[in-house]
Ligand binder design. Structure first.
Ligand SMILES: *Cc1c(COP(=O)(O)O)cnc(C)c1O
Length: 400
């Protein structure tokens, strides 16, 4: 059945927390303090399936359970297949290991010159500035270090990272991630962005954050001032399903946009959540309406206990095929596989080109119609004297 939604409706409100004063609800510290972090708290609000209970028991050894009240409201508590529920409530599948899976599936530790800094591409670095998030995605790429549930002992070394960047003039782009960089205090962010801005060779600074989605209350006017001060700062949010595009998220994106922060979105292709062209189309349309440009769709990394989320790559290609040409070009993200072991992001595209020879390219459009583009240039003989028609040489008036 095709996915349908009320395109004019934007979810908003306090849901289960009607009794809380709006001042508290809109305070990001209140949201963090009142996160749901245990099975007992979950069960106060909903009935867990046996599979979810098993997952929750295992979670404490793998990746902590945490859900903000704001995000919890988006869960359909009567539907075990709710796409929001599956993202944040553990399931038994997390304890199932496969041979193909790895703790550090992107080989990040091997590419870390100093703790918390990944230098994989020649001109840019990934700077992991914290190991904490507002809520934990059950398919997290960095569950080995995030939330401190495993014995990883992650200690972000901001000064060491800054020093490394200062000493490497080839680094022109710094991506702050984690964990979620927006969990740092305003003071710390102001300091870090100021230090990075002061490095002459750093041209481009960006953040990867799911805070706007889990905790839109964090996007305060004060935070936006910091982005303005050190701008341009680019930011990628992380949504997977149109249900996440709420009135609160839209308002947070507006505050960021008005502070001059260009916004992108990264999605992970997840089984039973967004492995469907209609769902993805609804999501990317909502993103554009929130001033967010869809950037990447990721094939899920080969993380341990992730098999229950894994989608066939052919499905991902089919989704891109269903978007390209069928909707606004700005709405079409790039589908990538982050190469296992640490090869970087590699684009995975539908094939439109059928043949390239010295004389032509043969390709199909989004409707499957075949076209040819000649690479040859066959001159047409110039017109004989007297056959030339005199052009007026005058442009028509520009304005009436
Ligand atoms: C994703 C990533 C980047 C940024 O890649 P872009 O394609 O430029 O967005 C940089 N470094 C690492 C290690 C990454 O995983």
């Amino acid at each position: 059945m095709p996915y349908t939604e009320d395109r004019s409706a934007w979810y908003e409100g306090q849901g289960l927390w009607q009794h809380i004063p709006a001042n508290d609800w809109n305070d990001w510290i209140w949201q963090l303090k009142n996160r749901i972090t245990s099975v007992a708290q979950l069960e106060e609000h909903m009935t867990l399936t046996a599979d979810e209970k098993a997952g929750c028991l295992f979670a404490s050894q793998k990746l902590a359970l945490a859900i903000t009240p704001y995000f919890f409201n988006l869960i359909d508590r009567n539907d075990p297949n709710c796409p929001i529920r599956k993202q944040v409530i553990p399931r038994g599948g997390e304890a199932v290991m496969s041979e193909e899976e790895m703790l550090d599936s992107l080989g990040e530790d091997a590419h870390s010159p100093v703790p918390g800094l990944v230098h994989r591409y020649p001109d840019r670095v990934l700077f992991l500035v914290t190991d904490r998030c507002a809520a934990y995605c059950r398919y997290c790429t960095r569950s080995r270090l995030v939330s401190n549930a495993q014995d990883y002992n992650f200690h972000p070394e901001h000064e060491q990272g800054l020093k490394y960047i200062e000493e490497h003039p080839e680094i022109r782009d710094v991506l702050l991630s984690g964990g979620d960089p927006l969990l740092l205090s305003d003071k710390k962010l102001d300091y870090l962005l100021g230090r990075l801005r002061a490095i002459k060779h750093v041209e481009f600074i960006r953040l990867g954050s799911r805070i706007p989605v889990f905790l839109p209350q964090r996007i305060t006017p004060e935070l936006c001032e910091i982005f303005k001060k050190h701008g341009p700062i680019w930011l990628s949010i992380h949504t997977n399903h149109p249900k996440e595009a709420t009135a609160e998220l839209r308002a947070a994106c507006e505050r960021l946009s008005f502070a001059g922060v260009p916004l992108g979105n990264q999605s992970v292709l997840l089984k039973g959540i967004n492995d469907d062209a209609d769902v993805m189309k609804a999501l990317v349309h909502r993103l554009l309406r929130m001033r967010v440009r869809p950037y990447y769709i990721y094939q899920m990394d080969l993380i341990t206990g992730g098999a229950h989320f894994k989608v066939d790559v052919r499905k991902g290609i089919e989704i891109i095929r269903a978007l390209r040409g069928h909707t606004t070009g700005y709405a079409v993200p790039q589908y990538v596989i982050d190469a296992p072991g640490g090869g970087g992001k590699v684009p995975i595209n539908p094939d439109y080109v059928e043949k390239i020879t010295d004389t032509e390219v043969v390709f199909r459009n989004y409707e499957g119609q075949q076209f040819r583009y000649p690479l040859t240039n066959t001159p047409i003989p110039a017109p004989a004297e007297g056959e030339l028609v005199e052009a007026s040489g005058r442009e028509a008036p520009l304005l009436d």
